[in-house]
Design a protein around this ligand. Structure first.
Ligand code: ASP
Length: 584
């Protein structure tokens, strides 16, 4: 028998018992004639003690144990002299009488403790060692529990978990597909699903009116911050529902998860904010509403006073950083450098200090007098002691830059506490997005999203103005999920493909199966998908999804542990009828 207990289990009430434990050696220490060993497993740490005077041979053996050796030890639970209050097992230790080394270990390349001394790449290469660390174990436990609670909730609400295939034909969700060559069908390829979108819709046609799946999705995108080429969604679809039925159901699920996993009860309905409002007041379709600091559009108020930067700008807006009037030159310069970063993209920053004594000091004193600055302050609901930060330029870029500045100020002012959660639904997204480069419309969500019924007439006149019956769940500035009511009518779906620039033949070739299914009694339906990794990392208080995935890829999409992607053998290529070209 390897163990009678785990390394996290023994307490004062076990004193006097004979026990056997197995685990990894975290640390050994010598003290007088005693050797102490911290033994670790998934469940905790237990201190072992070897007494040189009582058992010299065994103690010699213990002294030779290296870090990460796997051992089995038998001994008696005794009361610990120096109790460790921080450790659940800290009241006791095991006086060892038998020790066997089950497996030796090389010295690990980094320390396997709460905080490791290993760099990112190194820990990724030895992921199985990094995974021995408690922070990662806690993350994977949380992930496991969230999976269970999602299933509990959806099962209670009569959802079926149904698997859909991984080897499919491409689903356009806006990214590139990963493709898989088919040996049995030479020169033909499967695509890995970017999501099970069309399948879940077909399940609605098939009459399974409540479906979900915790499922892998694959997107061959450039890996901007915190994306993974394969990630997991909680994918859901319902039939015979309107938008609010879906929002209610999944708001319920979100609250269930908060209650069960974070012990947080929301006693209110999540706000539902139209996309236009989110853009106007936060410059983002995923606003962080843990704090206010809304945008104030100043365009008409400040133009025409001879300040060219303003006069030439399409859009001028500012935020009120309350209580920041005392910011020093240095702090203001730092903010100016921040907004000028290429990723942020502003040309410069205008500030107005509304001093405690009621006077004003601004970076545009040459162009605007106190009376004018006072009107700005009134418009922005500023009080003495506040600091106005203003950006000007093209509308889209300025909204983006001001959004980043707002988040930065929120951070500086301590308004973005990781333990405060502020969920909302963003609704009424535009259906289409115009792409100047390719001179065509793209679906903002995906091509199966239904327009708002009252906007359908705009297909012929002004498609860019059509609003979609689409929604996102946003928590703390992070998009946690999104979905829509779908088109379930063949003609409307064809109209949508047409606006997206598909010819009849192309849409038939790519989506004939769906269009066909729509001939056979497709019910009204809609759904949503949540980023499972992101949900877990939000709950874990992490900034990255990487630490909630057991075996993630690095920023170049590589698994550095198994060294993938990698070349394949010539025979494999031949079997697949593939020849390779040198990249240029
Ligand atoms: N398939 C969509 C996505 O992955 C979600 C949905 O519309 O249900 O974003």
């Amino acid at each position: 028998m390897y163990r009678t207990h785990t390394c996290g289990e023994l307490r004062a009430e076990n004193i006097g018992q004979q026990v056997t434990l197995s685990g990894w050696v975290q640390k050994t220490r010598e003290l007088g004639g005693m050797t102490f060993v911290d033994l670790r497993d998934r469940y905790g740490l237990t201190q072992l003690v070897f007494d040189l005077s009582k058992n010299p041979e065994l103690t010699e053996l213990a002294r030779d144990l290296g870090r990460e050796y796997v051992i089995k030890v038998t001994g008696t639970v005794i009361e610990r002299e120096n109790k460790n209050k921080k450790l659940p097992t800290g009241e006791i230790e095991i006086l060892a009488s038998q020790l066997s080394v089950l497996n030796a270990s090389e010295t690990p390349p980094f320390t396997i403790e709460e905080e490791s001394d290993g760099g990112d790449e190194l820990r990724m290469k030895y992921r199985y060692l990094d995974l021995r660390r408690y922070p990662l174990q806690r993350n994977l436990e949380l992930r496991h529990l969230m999976g269970i609670e999602v299933r509990n909730y959806l099962h209670q609400h009569k959802f079926f978990e149904i698997e859909t295939p991984y080897l499919i034909k491409s689903t356009p969700e806006g990214a590139r597909d990963f493709v898989v060559p088919s040996r049995m069908n030479p020169n033909q390829f499967y695509a890995l699903p970017q999501s099970p979108q069309t399948f879940k819709q077909l399940l609605m046609v098939a009459g399974y009116d409540r479906y979900f799946q915790i499922v892998k999705c694959f997107r061959d995108e450039d890996l901007r911050a915190d994306r993974q080429p394969e990630f997991t969604q909680i994918d859901c679809e319902m039939a015979f529902v309107e938008r609010d039925d879906i929002l209610d159901m999944f708001e319920g699920m979100t609250k269930h998860l908060f209650r069960k996993l974070k012990n947080i009860a929301f006693d209110y309905t999540f706000p539902r904010m139209p996309y236009d409002e989110a853009m106007e007041f936060y410059g983002s379709d995923k606003p962080d509403i843990r704090f206010d600091m809304k945008f104030n559009d100043l365009t008409s108020l400040v133009q025409g006073k001879g300040f060219v930067v303003f006069d030439q700008a399409e859009y001028i807006a500012g935020i009120n950083a309350t209580g920041c009037a005392a910011y020093s030159r240095k702090e203001l310069d730092a903010l100016t450098d921040f907004v000028k970063r290429p990723q942020i993209g502003a040309q410069g920053l205008v500030y107005v200090k509304y001093n405690e004594d009621g006077s004003f000091k601004s970076s545009v004193d040459k162009f605007f007098d106190e009376t004018q600055l006072k009107t700005w302050a009134e418009t922005m609901q500023a009080k003495p002691g506040d600091l106005l930060l203003i950006l000007a330029g093209a509308k889209k870029q300025t909204q983006h830059a001001l959004c980043e500045l707002r988040l930065e100020m929120g951070e500086r002012l301590g308004l973005r506490d990781k333990n405060t959660f502020a969920p909302l639904w963003v609704v009424d997204f535009p259906l289409l997005e115009w792409n100047d480069e390719n001179q065509r419309f793209y679906a903002m969500h995906h091509p199966f999203t239904s327009p708002k019924p009252e906007d359908i007439a705009l297909f012929d006149t002004d498609p860019g103005k059509i609003k979609a019956n689409a929604y996102d769940l946003v928590i703390n500035g992070v998009e946690i999920g999104g979905g829509s009511i779908r088109i379930h009518n063949r003609e409307l779906q064809e109209q949508m493909f047409k606006v997206l620039g598909f010819t009849k033949e192309e849409s038939e070739a790519q989506f004939g199966f769906l269009l066909n299914a729509f001939k056979f009694g497709a019910p009204p339906h809609g759904g949503v998908a949540f980023g499972f990794d992101r949900f877990v990392s939000l709950f874990a208080g992490l900034d990255s999804i990487r630490d909630v995935i057991a075996f993630p890829k690095n920023n170049s999409g590589r698994d550095v542990m198994i060294d993938s992607p990698s070349a394949i053998a010539l025979e494999q290529l031949q079997e697949l009828f593939l020849t390779l070209k040198k990249p240029e």
